[in-house]
Design a protein around this ligand. Structure first.
Ligand code: CP
Ligand code: NVA
Length: 306
């Protein structure tokens, strides 16, 4: 298998499905109180160019639970590509640590880290994709529905990094993905084409939230302005207003619909308090599953036993 996890597109269907199975096994073992240390003596460097709650904490706790250690390297420490070239950072870190997780602006930086580091590199979000997020989300869906085959997921909002990872997943395993964005905010055409070309999933693009959520079992949204787009936030609020996920929108979905959000949420913008805190919301199960799926990814990439 590939040394790294930079994008879901790089992994095979078999590797992806095995990762869900391993995450469920590791979660069950952890919940049963079992101590399991396949990464004893291993260290993960966590390079962050952007803020984080879930990614930072779940990777650090995950390494600890697996018997290893994680160290946080914020923008002030590394200065990736500024203080030192990405290639040099990669080659130096690989002499100290057994794996690197990186959250970057420019996707090319995480690709370069993977190219230059002799140790596994995991993408903890780039401007282009957020693969660990969507793997954890699908784990959550599997837990709630008992399967991923044929489930109907509706993405409502920006055609952003998380949306791109949903398209990448749809190219690998079969489900139904409906995407509603305002005009001009669609996911990148190459991601859509790759997912359509795969012929694995049923994919539909809309400019209406109402049409996309019709009959959906899972409705997913994300912030309207991602990290790095702060200066566009006010203008985006106008454009995205018809794409708010509220009770009225959820009424058009499957009666048993579940609401997903990668978090952090901007309550009152892309989602109402009523939906976030209501009976359909599974956002905190989703947040928890970042831990379990990433433990599986870490074990697959960094353990000799995997
Ligand atoms: N969902 C997610 O990646 O959250 P953080 O930005 O807090 O890590
Ligand atoms: N699309 C968001 C996801 C945050 C987890 C961002 O990139 O800021």
């Amino acid at each position: 298998m590939k040394k790294d996890f930079v994008t879901i597109a790089d992994w095979s269907t078999e590797e992806i499905v095995q990762t869900f199975d391993l995450a469920r096994e590791l979660k069950a073992r952890f919940k049963a109180g079992e101590v399991y240390h396949p990464l004893k003596g291993k260290t993960l460097a966590m390079v962050f160019q952007k803020p984080s709650n879930r990614t930072r904490v779940s990777f650090e706790v995950g390494m600890y639970q697996l018997g290893g250690h994680a160290l946080y390297l914020g923008p002030a420490e590394i200065g990736l590509g500024k203080r030192e070239s990405v290639a040099d950072v990669a080659r130096v870190l690989a002499r100290y640590v057994d794996g690197i997780m990186a959250r970057v602006f420019d996707h090319d930086h995480v690709e370069q880290l993977a190219d230059w580091a002799s140790v596994p590199v995991i993408n903890g979000l780039s401007d282009l994709v957020h693969p660990c997020q969507v793997m954890g989300d699908m784990l959550t869906i599997i837990e709630h529905r008992g399967r991923f085959e044929g489930v109907h997921v509706a993405w409502v909002g920006d055609g952003n990094n998380v949306c791109h990872s949903w398209l990448n997943l749809a190219a690998k395993i079969p489900f139904k993905l409906s995407i509603a964005t305002p005009e001009g905010y669609e996911p990148r055409p190459d991601f859509v084409e790759r997912a359509l070309r795969g012929g694995v999933s049923e994919i539909a693009l809309y400019h209406s939230a109402e049409e996309a959520v019709r009959g959906a079992e899972f409705v997913y949204t994300d912030v309207w302005a991602s990290m790095g787009q702060e200066e566009e936030a006010e203008q985006r609020k106008q454009v995205f207003a018809p794409f708010q996920v509220n009770e009225a929108l959820l009424k058009l979905a499957d009666p048993n619909v579940k609401f997903l959000h990668c978090l952090p949420a901007h309550r009152g913008e892309e989602v109402t308090d009523e939906v976030m805190d209501g009976p359909h919301s599974i956002v905190f199960d989703q947040a928890e599953n970042r831990l379990h799926i990433q433990k599986a990814i870490l074990v697959k990439l960094m353990s000799e036993q995997a």
